[in-house]
Design a protein around this ligand. Structure first.
Ligand code: NAD
Length: 264
């Protein structure tokens, strides 16, 4: 690594396994010298997260269920015991009832709507407020979103509505925290096969569609999201805030793909 993140400390939220987007991001940051803390959801994930954190030289890991304010406070207490300040956070968390990531958006229940918004949207704001209290100028925050926020994608349903709200919250947070020199951005990643993605109906078809129809004619990897995250979280992105940056092989710019083979 070249040390773009040397001397910078940050929290990675949403690591479940080595397929997680959070893992691609954590590796890119650690490779450039970042010092990392990790939060995991529930004891069952601890035995997965602990060895991954250790691979990147981190033993600062703490449990956090973002639907619980007390649990979020506990996470920040644990971090404050080791660090007196923090330079960045990565929020790679989303959740909805799998049964409603198929079928019609129109059938979303009130309970699942509220839970999806709570875990996938409000949690970023709740974490941002606490992180900002430990951050100085140059601080940077990042969350993960998807094109289903902007356009209707099959089966994404209430998650698309939640991501639209998440992207709006990135803009409001960017304005609030910008006065203190803190930047807030989102990466809109193309489809990637992860644990969360496997809950979405027909996910393999979505992957294939993006591969065939994006300008680069392929899907993106966790590591490519990691490289863009490095830009937004390091000084390279110092002039960028409130942005939703697409890392999707260019899929979002296409109205209709040109025919690759002639004479059709
Ligand atoms: P993943 O399953 O590896 O990560 C999702 C994480 O959310 C898990 O670590 C899980 O523990 C955590 N989580 C869920 N509920 C939680 C709660 N109540 N408290 C704390 N943590 C909780 O899947 P991923 O695809 O890496 O997802 C990371 C982010 O990327 C999500 O916001 C997802 O919507 C977004 N995203 C994914 C894709 C894709 O195709 N995989 C595309 C665009 C955006």
């Amino acid at each position: 690594g070249q040390g773009l993140m040397k001397g910078r400390r940050g929290l990675i939220m949403g690591l479940a396994n080595d397929k997680s987007i959070a893992w691609g991001i954590a590796k890119a940051l650690a490779d450039q010298g970042a010092e990392l803390a990790f939060s995991y959801q529930g004891e069952a994930l601890k035995r997965r997260v602990e060895p991954l954190a250790a691979q990147l030289g981190s033993d600062l890991i703490a449990e956090c269920d973002v639907s619980d304010e007390v649990s979020i406070d506990g996470l920040f207490d644990a971090i404050r015991q080791r660090w007196d300040s923090i330079d960045f956070i990565v929020h790679a968390i989303g959740f909805s009832d799998k049964e409603q990531l198929r079928g019609r958006y129109a059938d979303t229940t009130r309970d699942n709507f509220l839970m999806t918004m709570d875990i996938s949207v409000y949690s970023f704001t709740a974490v941002a407020r606490r992180a900002a209290a430990m951050m100085g100028p140059g601080g940077s925050m990042l969350t993960l979103t998807y094109y289903g926020a902007e356009r209707v994608m099959p089966h994404y349903n209430v998650m698309g509505v939640a991501k639209a709200a998440l992207e709006a919250s990135v803009r409001y947070l960017a304005e609030d925290l910008g006065k203190d020199g803190i930047r807030v951005n989102a990466i809109s990643a193309g489809p990637i096969k992860t644990l969360a993605a496997s809950g979405i109906g027909d996910f393999r078809y979505i992957l294939k569609w993006n591969e065939l129809n994006s300008p680069l004619r392929r899907n993106v990897s966790q590591d490519e999201v990691g490289k863009s995250a490095l830009y937004l979280l390091s000084d390279l992105g110092s002039g960028v805030t409130g942005e939703t940056h697409h890392v999707d092989s260019g899929y979002h710019i296409v109205g209709m793909k040109a025919v690759d083979a002639p004479d059709i």
